[in-house]
Design a protein around this ligand. Sequence first.
Ligand SMILES: C[S@@+](CC[C@H](N)C(=O)[O-])C[C@H]1O[C@@H](n2cnc3c(N)ncnc32)[C@H](O)[C@@H]1O
Length: 259
Amino acid sequence: MSDAAHDALIRDQFTRQAVPFSTAAPIADAAALKMLVEAAEAGPDDTVLDVACGGGIVVCAFAPHVRHATGIDMTPAMLERARRHAAETGVANVAWREGDVTRLPFPDSAFTIVVTRFAMHHFPEPRAVFAEMRRVCAPGGRIVVADTYASPDPAKAAEFNRLELLRDPSHRRCLALAELQGLFRESGLGEAAASFYELRDSVDNLLARSFPNPGDDQKIVDLFAASLDDQRLGIPVSRDRDGRLCYAYLAAILAAKKP
Ligand SMILES: C[S@@+](CC[C@H](N)C(=O)[O-])C[C@H]1O[C@@H](n2cnc3c(N)ncnc32)[C@H](O)[C@@H]1O
C-alpha cells in the first residue's frame, strides 16, 4: 500500500472514530493517564509534544502538570475534537498542529517530554517516527511510548494483528513488547522503564466504536470467541456473568531519558 493510500485510510478511520474513540472508557481512563504522566516524570518546567495526539486526551492530561503541551496529528476531525476537549477541560497552555509525524515540523531538542500513545501500531515505519521523537527531545528529556502490544508467540501475534486489521483497516502492526523495548535500545536510550495495564471492555462496546469493512463484524466476533477456547489472540478473552464476550488488550508504558 502506498503512503498516500495509508494516510487516506488513517484520516477516514479517525474522522469516524474521533468522538467514539476519544470518549470510550478504556481510552479516557484517568488512572492510566496518571500512570503516563508519572512515567514521564512531568514537572512545571516541562514542554511536552504528543505525537499522533488524536482527540487531545494525553495533551490535556499533561497540561496541568507542565509549562506547555503541544499535540500533532494528521486527522483534522481529531484535532477539532482535541480543541473542544481542551476547552471543556479548561486548559489553556496547549497548542495543536496538523501534520504527518513521520517528519516532525519542529527543530532538534524542542521539547523536554516527547510522548506517543496508541499510535505506534498505525505507523508503517515505527522506527522512523521514534527517531523523530528522539530528535525533537532535548538532552535530559524523556521519551515515552505507550501502546498495546502483541504476544511474543508469532502465530498469536499474527492472529491479533489480523483481528485488529479487520476491526480498523488503518491498523498496521502491533509490535511485541520486546520490539517496543528494542526501539529504545537500538537508538541508544538503554532499557526503558516499563509499567503495564489492561484495556478491558466488552466486544460489543469495542465494535460500537469501530468501523470495519461491511461484513467483517462477524469475523471479529468469531475470532474473539475462538480465542476463548484456544487463546489464539494471545490476550485475555472471557465471558461475563451475562454471557457477553469481553477482552483485555495488554498495554505498556515505556519511558527513558535521552542522554
Ligand atoms: C488510536 S488514535 C490515538 C490518539 C491519541 N494518541 C490517544 O491516545 O488518545 C491514533 C491517532 O494517530 C493518528 N495518526 C496515525 N498516523 C499518523 C501520522 N503518520 N501522522 C500523524 N498522525 C497520525 C490518527 O490520526 C489518530 O488520531
